[in-house]
Design a binder for this molecule. Structure first.
Ligand SMILES: [Zn+2]
Length: 254
């Protein structure tokens, strides 16, 4: 479902997001009636607003480098900005990628100044009070988690993209993608198994399974594009066995 446009970027929500919203609202209702429902829905919407701001961080940086951004799609597992192309210059990909987590750390810093953290934070069992300050503290906590989690080097998450960009300063782009995707897949399997068997966190395991598949798909897409580029170069080389002189237009012969 399309929501609205910001600087030409369409913000869209996948229908499964509404299932998540309904589920979270129902949980809140069961816990504490209207107050619980309101708290759960408000925190979920605030959380996904931060996800969108993270994606805008990527998108606005991409636009600065002349990369078109078609839309930002919001799903229960997170957001995804769809670029027309990903710049092959490692320095640009690095900046576009870093801009997402940077937004989360900036939000966390502002909230830290504004509301601080509850006593005992960041222990896992800290309670966030159901007040305006507690709301801000919970968002601070989530933004830090979001920023750090995205920097884990599992391609195609932000950390994996940063890893690829660093590799691409020394390796060919396809090779760099292969190495980053392979390391990412191994880490994704380890993370999924750890989540499942040590923490019984089924949803986290499913998330890493998604990331595994996404890494494989993106590697194949890069491979396909490189193959097409190679075919074009081979065809041009056949058409122009010798580089055409600058002044004269090239003559096509068969
Ligand atoms: Zn990101």
């Amino acid at each position: 479902m399309n929501l609205f446009r910001v600087r030409g970027i369409q913000l869209a929500v996948h229908f499964s997001f509404f299932l998540l919203l309904a589920f979270v609202a129902q949980e809140g209702w069961a816990d504490g009636g209207w107050a619980g429902l309101f708290w759960n829905v408000a925190t979920l919407l605030a959380f996904f607003t931060c996800v969108v701001l993270h994606e805008f961080g990527h998108s606005f940086t991409a636009i600065r480098f002349g990369v078109g951004v078609r839309r930002i799609l919001l799903m229960p597992i997170g957001g995804m900005a769809e670029f027309d192309s990903i710049p092959r210059q490692p320095s640009r990909e690095l900046l576009i990628t870093l801009a997402g987590p940077a937004v989360n750390f900036a939000i966390a810093a502002v909230l830290w100044v504004g509301v601080g953290v509850p006593a005992g934070w960041p222990r896992g069992d800290v309670e966030f009070p159901a007040t305006a300050a507690g709301f801000g503290q919970l968002l601070l906590h989530w933004n830090l988690l979001m920023g750090v989690f995205n920097l884990v080097p599992v391609f195609p998450m932000d950390g994996g993209r940063i890893f690829r960009a660093l590799l691409a300063t020394r390796l060919r782009y396809l090779r760099a993608t292969f190495v980053a995707a392979t390391v990412g897949k191994v880490l994704a399997v380890l993370a999924a198994l750890t989540a499942l068997f040590f923490y019984h966190a089924v949803l986290t395991a499913v998330l890493f399974a998604f990331i595994f598949v996404a890494g494989e798909m993106e590697y194949r897409a890069v491979q396909r594009r490189e193959d097409e580029d190679a075919q074009w170069r081979a065809m041009l080389a056949r058409l122009y066995p010798v580089a055409p002189p600058e002044e004269e237009p090239p003559v096509l012969t068969r």
